[in-house]
Design a protein around this ligand. Sequence first.
Ligand code: WQD
Length: 364
Amino acid sequence: MARLLITGGAGFIGSHTCLVLLNAGHDLIVLDNYSNSSPKALERVIELASLSLEKATLRLEVVQGDVRDEGILERLFLEGSQAGRPIEAVIHFAGLKAVAESFLKPTSYWSVNVCGSQALLSKMEAYGCKTIVFSSSATLYGAAKSSPIPETAPIRPVNPYGATKAAVEMMLADLAGCSGNDAPFQTSQNGWRIARLRYFNPVGAHPSGRIGEDPSGHPNNLFPILSQLAIKRRSSFKVFGSDWPTPDGTGVRDYIHVMDVAEGHTAALDALLTSGPQLITLNLGSGKGYSVLEVLKAFEKASGVTVNYELVDRRQGDVAITVADPQFAYRRLGWKPKLKLSDMCRDVWTWQSANPLGFHNEAA
Ligand code: WQD
């Protein structure tokens, strides 16, 4: 098993992936600045992994800090190599990830997502750590012409968030010596082993309800908005656009359970650790699209709560349909999502109803 650096490991996808990685036997160092996460998530991960305090100290080291901080990065890599427990691979989640917000704060998104990735990759290179799984996004496809979307579809981001993910993907291709080539599998000329995972819409929570999505401040995404509405933390739900070219006029997305996304990371990491230098690019999606109104109905069924909504104008940066062609991930990793929309709605409701204030819910 490997010793891994997990940037952003206290976040929504990061925390669920840390749990799967610990259960797979890996030892982790988590670097997180808690700008959109809580250290409590990692306490719960330790609980779910049934780690004793002694084991947790050994197997899950937690460092608060910013991925752009070269001093912290230097300390983590240096201490690892001096202690004879070098960082063997990195899973890089740390970043800002809300489409709507990225229009309001483009320079913050470029600083955290791109400069942060550059600082991390430079330090990895300096210490000869050349294995990385990168948290990319289907948002970089923009308004794709084809649906479902294969990994070879043109990269045409229509918002700053997607543009930053495309920029980091290009940086990774340059490192691998694969510049300008969009093939989903390429051997690396420079010894790097890189997986670029393009998430579609990760949602849901661990079935225990002990960890889940807990966005700081006003949530931007559909599922946390629905779940907060159901526990009366919000009073209204706006459907952004009812005139899209879709069956019921509302936006269609490829929702994938966060536990399936976490398993996808472990499968990609295992593929890199057990084979030679390469650059692989994978869609993490189900291949099935659901409209906003279909999600709303499924959530009402899971929660027993009626969701009143208002049809309003489209949201800036949105596209009509984003659905994955997930075949390559299955062929390359033998991985495909197992959980359905009803599981996603059930698990997000279990999480939110048990933790009305997320990880700030002292009573829980
Ligand atoms: C989903 C659908 C909205 C809120 C997300 C993340 C991004 C990336 C891709 C990982 C759309 C509609 C939403 C609301 C609504 N993930 N909606 N009312 O925009 O597809 O992007 O997944 O990289 O990080 O932002 O997800 O959940 O915001 O929207 O009608 O109040 O729900 O228009 O059709 P999106 P979302």
